[in-house]
Write a new protein. Sequence first.
Length: 696
Amino acid sequence: MNNQYTYNYLLVGEGLPAFEKIRLEDIIPSIDEILRQSNNRLTCLEKNITPTWEGIVEPLTIIEEKIKWTWGIVNHLMGVKNSKELREIYQTVQPDIISFLNKLRQNKLIYQTFKDLRKDSVLWNTLDSCQKRIITSSIREAELSGVNLTPDKRHKFNEINLELAELSTQFSNNVLDSTREFKLKLTNKIEIGNLPLSILKLAAHNAVLEGYNNATPELGPWIITLDYPVYVPFMKYSNQRNLREKVYKAFISRASVGKLNNEPLIESILKLRKEQAEILGYQSYAEMSLSKKMASDVESVEEVLEELRFVSYQAAQEELKSLKTFMFKNCDFDLEPWDISYWIEEQRKLLFDFTNEELRVYFSLEKVLEGLFDLTKRIFGVTITVTDEKVSTWHKDVLFFQVKDDMNKIIAYFYLDPYSRPIEKRGGAWMSDCIGRSKIYQDEKPIIRLPVAYLICNQTPPFDGEPSLMTFDEVTTLFHEFGHGLQHMLTTINYPGASGINNIEWDAVEVPSQFMEYWCYEKNTFFSMAKHYQTGETIPKHYYDKLKTSRNFMAGLSMLRQLHFSFLDLDLHHRYQPDGNETLFEARDRVAKKTTVMKILPEDAFLCAFSHIFAGGYAAGYYSYKWSEILSADSFSAFEEAGLEDDNKIAEVGKNFKKNILALGGSKDPLEIFKSFRGREPKTEALLKYSGLLNI
């Protein structure tokens, strides 16, 4: 008889996950067991709770950390190894997780003990400023979670929480499925027109995956998908206008028809969010959301956005006029939305004498990482290398790195999952925490648990023995996510409740990521990573000059697009009335009157794929990108003022940035942290300058 016991690696509860040993069938029993243990720990806490840091925060943190470790792995796999079986399992266990978290956050005894601790001046003054901020945030989080509601209202609130979680998961799945569903097969050379070799390789590879085993980049067939590494260059370079129209319309109508239609989900999400906010006494979900952000109210946010909109709208009008004039010199069509990317690229080619495709051969992932790591060594004094030890990963392409400080001591680790995998991986790029920094005890001795980050991108994968050759946009995306990673990894805060990106107001969380993007254009960084993948030759200087000169080409249209999303997000969560006289897309059109310079197509249903606000953390917070960008641009200008050619001076500024922005996490108010770094309040001038809009 075989009595062999199969270990459940989701119950380890600490350290790096053993991804290669985790089985889907272990998820449900592991969640059941974790919740059983957590309930027991909660019961124990309730019996022994005292209004001290050791008597409430530390035991509560243990409960939260145990759940976070296991549930975090499951959530991570949903993003990078999505499958029908995993979805079914996820939907089975998600309600139990949410129910327990509601129980934890709505615990009146815990809430009252937090308040008693804050009220007791003697005990309160024994705490440091970070501990005080964590407790204050915990009180606010409990109140926003419904701790003070009557039983009937709390029951309704919890029902909404559960339904919102299910709707968000379904929204995300629908976007993934509808993106994956579209396939345009091309079979002759006329259809591929002047598409660059990089996209032909991807399209032929897609054809092989669909069963056309003899497909080649030269002879086809080629399959065009809506995956970003294919979609974006296709819209830029395809000279077949009818095909661009077909692909564009498929992209903007993702998840808007049939069984994958997200429109009714959006209506339900907005209605439930509004109802939830009203239960808590807020006029709108946006008001509730802003209660824990830097911005004080909707009007304050819109005032800042309007300042940027006014400038960018004028610029966008001129840019569109210029583009139309250029297009009419070459053809007699009216400019349509599916023409914009193509003709912008054609105009860029004429004005600046290069295409972004020409740069790919100089940006292999290996060399880009070398340049990125050289930069972090230069400005932050940290050294990054691939680890020697064998680490379990969820895919063969995943890399694992270690981070050392200037004393050669390991201080953090991170996974990098760089390539697009549309079959199982959701689109976009993100950073999330695998393990957070914390002071823990081993054998009754305190040690520091080192942070570990997940960095996820969806860039062009390698083919035919060649490395991943990146577009410059993919380079800046990698730098962006690495900036998030740095804030997670270089934190010096030892309390999980405020280390890394935890407890940072959402409208400040993009500061390090956007800050890192500016370095892609910095001369030393650029030339350190721009090496020909075959010869190792440094990119010719004229390419750098052209890239710098063209940096703000169509900057007005680009900024206005982001402002449109920001205004729309706020409007939907503040003014729009679900089930009212105005439809969802009528509301979109109303906002678009002042945030777009080109009429939106009737079939444009981009909202149905707007995962940031309907399946991510940006609901009533998409403005955070622009809000943070003011701080990030101002931060980079500090390095410029010091002198980018002086390594000693930028290392000094970098030390200050690391000590404040990166190290302090959520231990202090972000504005206070920024002022500690910059010595003053943030200003918008730097953002307008770097966007080429300062003098408009």
